[in-house]
Design a protein around this ligand. Structure first.
Ligand code: MN
Length: 157
């Protein structure tokens, strides 16, 4: 279902950009076709695995990946130059916009993060969380990474 959703999203984006896009063949990206990667510890705390689902391209200016966070694992603080959609596929997690209370997210939830909003996302202290991230590109870039989220910031009060 998540894959269908992503495919539909990419399809809609292609339609939206139809003026500048030639007719193309449907592309299937087989599950498991790109190797799982351990997330860069500069930008993530704890144990995080990233499976690239679709790469960014000119006709669909977004990349998508399945990101799996172990309990306590989370992104660093960051912004997205063109926004990001998170589709939570498993478990329970948190997303927090700077200056606002964290919000709990769970399987089936969809989160939209507008361009330029400083935030982090990750698992809760006790439950792993998986999400598909559809991240839009601006000038070939998906994210501006900042400081790691400290234990003090992460620990719920
Ligand atoms: Mn993000």
């Amino acid at each position: 279902m998540s894959k269908t959703f992503v495919a539909a999203t990419l399809g809609m984006m292609a339609l939206g950009a139809s003026a500048s896009v030639q007719a193309q063949d449907i592309q299937v990206f087989p599950g498991g076709s790109s190797p799982s990667v351990i997330a860069d510890p500069k930008n993530f705390s704890g144990h995080v695995v990233v499976d690239l689902l679709t790469p960014g391209s000119v006709s669909a200016p977004a990349s998508s990946g399945l990101v799996s966070f172990a309990p306590r694992a989370r992104t660093a603080w960051h912004t997205h130059p063109a926004g990001q959609m998170l589709i939570v596929t498993a478990g329970k997690g948190w997303v927090q916009q700077e200056g606002q209370p964290r919000q709990e997210i769970t399987s089936g939830d969809v989160v939209w993060i507008p361009a330029g909003v400083r935030h982090w996302h990750g698992a809760t202290t006790t439950t792993a969380m998986g999400h598909i991230a559809v991240t839009y590109l601006r000038d070939g870039k998906t994210a501006d990474w900042m400081e790691l989220v400290t234990d003090q910031e992460y620990e719920p009060r």
